[in-house]
Design a protein around this ligand. Structure first.
Ligand code: SAM
Length: 252
């Protein structure tokens, strides 16, 4: 097996961030608001669960801003977890767990049974609403009293189809311009990963698990807030939104 230095993994980490930013130019802003809410509600040394962590982008921002924090990253994708493992190698604050969030027993794989904050971004739209509702019930069991859950994801409002269409057209025009200047999309990024001897094997594995992309739903922000309250959060509402995306906060 090929051996990689830390900087190779950092390069993959940065490349992942650029690819995600092509879809979401305000991605850093949503991370900032997410961490502002963490600091406001549970302080600057939280125990965090980075749910569907991918390469660990949330964990990276968390530890840069709050060096006394700790993070458990959980995901199912072996290639993205390999990048996370390489990037955070030797950092005792980070534990990575391989689990399928649709497995009813996935929480048993975690090193802790309680967290100050469960954070997730651009991931839960890979689940259908029935699975997401079940997941919210499990997350409510993991967040301590007074702790928080924050989910930044695509949350278009189905009541405004003309606004959604105009926003989408404008976003795609910008993406087309960035593409012409060399930005990588999802499938081009995965082609690069498949061609790297370091990532070829876990990339083949992830395509066997997911195919190109799992199929899920994008319910609106009020669905998330209501479902979190039904799952046992005392308060839940949006704390940031863009024309297509939202950041929902549940306070336990
Ligand atoms: C677009 S990525 C986002 C990753 C990261 N949160 C970020 O913001 O860069 C979506 C992630 O959700 C993960 N995911 C989707 N369905 C999952 C499941 N059933 N169990 C575990 N992880 C899942 C994927 O493996 C992938 O890493």
């Amino acid at each position: 097996m090929a051996v990689a230095t830390e900087s190779v993994w950092q390069d993959w980490q940065r490349s992942w961030d650029r690819q995600q930013e092509w879809y979401m130019p305000d991605r850093e802003e949503r991370f900032r608001v997410m961490l502002d809410m963490v600091e406001a509600l549970v302080g600057a040394a939280p125990r965090v669960l980075d749910l569907a962590c991918g390469t660990g982008s949330i964990t990276d921002r968390l530890l840069r801003r709050f060096p006394a924090a700790g993070s458990t990253g959980v995901d199912l994708d072996p290639a993205l977890l390999a990048i996370a493992a390489g990037s955070f190698a030797g950092d005792a604050r980070v534990t990575l767990v391989t689990a399928d969030l649709k497995d009813p027993r996935w929480t048993e794989k975690l090193p802790h049974d309680s967290y100050d904050a469960v954070l997730t971004a651009t991931a839960l739209h890979w689940l259908h609403t029935d699975a997401l509702q079940t997941l919210y019930g499990q997350v409510a069991g993991l967040v301590r009293a007074g702790g928080v859950f924050l989910n930044a994801d695509h949350m278009p409002d189905p009541a405004t189809p003309a606004i959604n269409a105009a926003d989408r057209a404008q976003r795609h025009a910008r993406m087309d311009r960035a593409k012409a200047e060399g930005a990588l999309d999802w499938s081009q990024w995965w082609q690069l990963a498949a061609a790297d001897p370091l990532l070829a094997a876990p990339t083949a594995e992830r395509f066997a698990i997911y195919g190109e992309h799992a199929d899920g739903d994008t319910p609106p922000l009020d669905w998330h807030a209501r479902t979190l309250r039904e799952a046992g959060f005392s308060e839940a509402r949006g704390v940031w939104s863009s024309p297509s995306d939202g950041l929902v906060l549940g306070l336990k």
